[in-house]
Design a protein around this ligand. Structure first.
Ligand code: UDP
Length: 327
């Protein structure tokens, strides 16, 4: 039986497919390659280049393969874009989930691991954030992820694990696959574009936040640790685990300035910075409590050192400065 990975050619999806294969699982991928890359998948992985909103395409996959469970990453995920184009997010993310759930129901597939987000919480009331804290998204992206979580909950006979990621970072240590976005918005890859000579400086989005150095604090978690959590969640559901929601983060926050300093150590060069204005919708601090995932899923993140995380990203970016060749 196979695991259907929706969005398996994307950044976190492809690292999860890599880990699934390492665990001798069979993975089938559907990805419209809007932001994913064929080159992020080994040639042995069956890739359906299609959109999850296309019910006929999904039905074909469920007919041609014996799907045991779904891991669902396929969604748009740029916060700023979601504010400009909310309906794009509700269509692709929410309606995509609708078609996926309809197809799963039709074929009697009863397990899903869902890629959710810390953006479901919005501005945190306390740090670290726990799963029981209030969810009040501050942008359409976070809202779409919360709606998707809530949709899953109502489907009879479906068991789910929703994983709320904090800041995914890094790449596989061998450098085979990594982060490659046509439009890059994330801090670590943007910082690394400076020593690569692709950008003159990194702009720090505000240094007047109520944090020790005035810059925003985030919880950076290695993409392989995220991938591991998906496989643990899958096995948890296989073993009869009840539907639940888990945060995934390191539990330690780093400010934008601290990340830049760590990147300087990794690349061995000074990185030019400029102070810019705040980015709309950025909370001052986002730090996860991942105690629940550690306790229930037995998740033990391997990359707690932020320099180590950045080093794996640097290894990928310096060898693939233009990202995947198919871009
Ligand atoms: N950030 C920044 N400059 C950039 C990109 C990001 O100062 O060019 C900051 C951003 O404001 C946030 C942190 O870096 O405080 C992480 O941003 P990212 O977009 O990587 O992830 P997010 O926290 O939005 O999921």
């Amino acid at each position: 039986m196979a695991i259907l990975v929706c969005g398996g050619a994307g950044y976190i999806g492809s690292h999860t497919v890599y880990k699934l294969l390492k665990c001798n699982e069979e993975a089938v991928v559907i990805d419209n390659l809007q932001t994913g890359h064929r080159a992020a998948l080994k040639s042995s992985v069956r890739l359906y280049e299609d959109d999850i909103r296309n019910a006929a395409a999904l039905e074909k996959i469920f007919t041609e393969n014996e799907i045991e469970a779904v891991i669902h990453f396929a969604a748009n995920s740029i916060v700023g874009e979601s504010v400009q184009k909310p309906l794009k997010y509700f269509n692709n993310n929410v309606y995509g989930m609708q078609v996926l759930l309809e197809t799963m129901e039709k074929f009697g597939v009863d397990k899903i691991v869902f890629s959710s987000s810390a953006a479901t919480y919005g501005e945190p009331k306390k740090i670290p954030i726990e799963e029981t804290d209030t969810t009040a998204p501050t942008n359409p992206y976070g809202e779409s992820k919360l709606i998707m979580e809530r949709m899953i909950k109502w489907i009879p006979n479906l068991r789910y694990v929703s994983l709320r990621y904090f800041n995914a970072a890094g790449a596989i240590e061998s450098g085979e696959i990594g982060e490659s976005h046509k439009i890059e918005t994330h801090l670590i890859p943007l910082i690394l574009q400076v020593p690569l000579g692709k950008r003159d400086h990194i702009t720090i989005f505000g240094d007047d936040y109520p944090t020790p150095d005035g810059t925003c604090i985030r919880d950076y978690i290695h993409v392989l640790d995220l991938a591991d959590a998906h496989i643990l969640a899958l096995n948890y559901l296989r073993n009869g685990g009840k539907s639940d929601i888990f945060n995934l983060g390191n539990g330690t926050g780093f400010s934008v300035k601290e990340i830049i300093t760590a990147a300087e150590k990794v690349v061995g060069k000074k990185i030019k910075t400029e102070i810019g204005t705040r980015r709309a919708g950025d909370p001052a601090q986002l730090i996860a409590s991942s105690d629940k995932a550690k306790k229930i899923l037995k998740w033990t993140p391997q990359f707690s050192d932020v320099e180590k995380i950045i080093a794996t990203a640097w290894n990928w970016h310096k060898n693939n400065p233009e990202g995947y060749k198919d871009e």
